[in-house]
Design a protein around this ligand. Structure first.
Ligand code: GRG
Length: 296
């Protein structure tokens, strides 16, 4: 698959997800500031990788877009909440995200905090009300999503990151940190797509989904570390060199840029190998390759 076709698919999935996410908002004058703050970050662009995974895994296993779409919205809402909170002064204190001033720079800290909270809870409302997937699948998806987003998932990874600042982590600790902070939501995005298509946790296909997701999740984070050193803020839509300022442990504390890229390429190869046996896996394989070479 060419890069142009992949970009077209990414744009198409992003538009579908954005149209669906807009429907969760009803105007309410009393809540206008909160709704504006949420939508400011939610519709600020972003690559929409996580909803892409949900939609494409559902399609890979013959499911309907209608069953995947509420889950796709949910993972993007959780991702956006994590970005808003991560940028707050008490966390990374960043002023640029998705090419725009961060949420708290525009709306203030209290509103940004609440916008993140509302996105998080709104995500679970969307996932739990997935009529097309049905109650049983929705319940399983909600439980899995919560486990990936919460204390033994993304939030757990974030505390490891904060605690790890200014001290040297082992490579094993760094791998755990990233599998929780970045990898868990990428896995949830993929697994929820498969669930929407009716693939159960005991189905051997689910193991392939998780293998692919874990490998691209780690490759994604390694490339993120490389881009923090080599990328440019305009293209990335966020500040660069942030890891050094915060004295964060990154893969570049252990590997040169060339070694880190080689590591990301090997993980990408393993991700693709997990899906190659599925005739319709071309799009997900192309995504994995693009993520390893991305510049934004
Ligand atoms: C629970 C507060 C809290 C944070 C969780 C995910 C996370 C931890 C923080 C987000 C900040 C960050 C730089 C994470 C590492 C990699 C990552 C997830 C980058 C952003 O994802 P992209 O590149 O962003 O998919 P876009 O804007 O394209 O959606």
């Amino acid at each position: 698959m060419t890069d142009e076709i992949l970009q077209l698919m990414m744009n198409r999935n992003a538009t579908m997800t954005e149209d669906a996410m807009r429907k969760y908002y009803t105007e309410d004058e009393d809540l206008r500031v909160l709704l504006d703050a949420e939508r400011y970050s939610l519709f600020a662009g972003g690559k929409r990788i996580r909803p892409f995974l949900t939609l494409e895994f559902c399609r890979l296993f013959g499911g309907d877009d209608a069953a995947a779409l509420p889950f796709a919205c949910a993972v993007e809402m959780i991702h956006t909440y994590s970005l808003i909170h991560d940028d707050l002064p008490c966390m990374d204190n960043d002023d640029l995200r998705r090419g725009k001033p961060t949420n708290h720079k525009v709306y203030g800290e209290s509103t940004a905090l609440l916008a993140g909270d509302a996105l998080l809870t709104g995500a679970f409302e969307a996932a739990a009300s997935n009529v097309a997937a049905g109650a049983e699948i929705s319940a399983k998806a909600v439980a899995y999503l919560a486990s990936c987003a919460g204390r033994y998932g993304m939030v757990g990874g974030q505390i490891m990151d904060l605690e790890g600042e200014k001290k040297k982590l082992t490579l094993d600790a760094l791998l755990r940190l990233h599998s929780l902070k970045t990898g868990a939501l990428i896995s949830a995005s993929s697994v929820l797509g498969a669930l929407a298509a009716g693939v159960s946790f005991s189905d051997p296909r689910m193991e392939d989904v998780v293998t692919y997701a874990e490998n691209i999740g780690l490759a994604f984070q390694i490339v993120d570390d490389i881009l923090d050193q080599t990328g440019n803020a305009e293209e990335l839509g966020k500040n660069v060199g942030v890891d050094t300022v915060h004295e964060k442990n990154t893969f570049l504390s252990f590997y040169s840029i060339e070694e880190a890229q080689f590591y990301a390429d090997r993980l990408t190869h393993d991700a693709i190998a997990a899906l190659r046996k599925y005739p319709e896996s071309e799009t997900l394989c192309a995504l994995a390759e693009w993520l390893a070479t991305r510049k934004k």
